[in-house]
Ligand binder design. Structure first.
Ligand code: S3P
Length: 185
């Protein structure tokens, strides 16, 4: 584990926001919040920012206006977020799949793909019924299909971190090491 001093030096070297991408249930929000705390940076969750802007939850916006309008709003919002101060941003699972959002994020941020097995994702997403895309008879099959469809997009992120069934703090430490290496390149 990096010492607080080493982590502080890492934070000082950051010139761009850190953006977490990956499928629903992988832990973008929880890991993002912890990573921000460890790096002493602000944290923003794009789904919560949508909620603040729209007055409805991201799931309600998705269901009321449909996926296309949701993605358009998400793209504008993510663009605004990466213009802001250096911080940690957790995106909704579909944001990085949109080619324009992906290009923007890869240009303006350090992008990190959090990845986990379908078993882990389906176990985690089953705990809460808050995801419109998984409110159907076969949420596991949907996750599998989305994983296959989205893998090539997620793979364009700068950094790839696999999250097993271990705790989120392990993932945070793996990100710190990977960020350090990325900044040395
Ligand atoms: C979505 C993921 C959700 C949310 C919306 C669509 C997706 O965010 O943005 O339901 O297309 O993968 P989380 O990844 O935070 O669950």
């Amino acid at each position: 584990m990096y010492s607080p001093h080493t982590v502080q030096q890492l934070t000082e070297r950051l010139e761009k926001p850190i953006v977490l991408v990956g499928l629903m249930g992988v832990g973008k929000s929880t890991v993002g919040r912890r990573l921000a705390r460890r790096l002493d940076l602000p944290f923003v969750d794009s789904d919560s920012a949508i909620e603040d802007a729209a007055g409805f939850t991201a799931a309600e916006v998705f269901e009321k206006y449909g996926e296309k309008d949701f993605r358009d709003g998400e793209r504008r919002l993510v663009a605004r977020l990466v213009e802001g101060r250096v911080g940690v941003i957790a995106t909704g699972g579909g944001a990085f799949v949109d080619p324009r959002t992906r290009e923007l994020l890869n240009a303006r941020a350090i992008t990190i793909w959090l990845d986990a097995s379908i078993d882990v994702l389906s176990e985690r997403t089953a705990r809460r019924d808050t995801r419109p895309l998984l409110r159907n008879a076969d949420p596991r099959g949907t996750l599998k299909r989305l994983a296959d469809e989205r893998r090539p997009s997620y793979a364009e992120a700068h950094i790839h971190i696999r999250s097993g069934s271990g705790g989120h703090s392990e993932v945070v430490e793996a990100i710190i090491v990977a960020l350090d290496q990325h900044l040395r390149q």
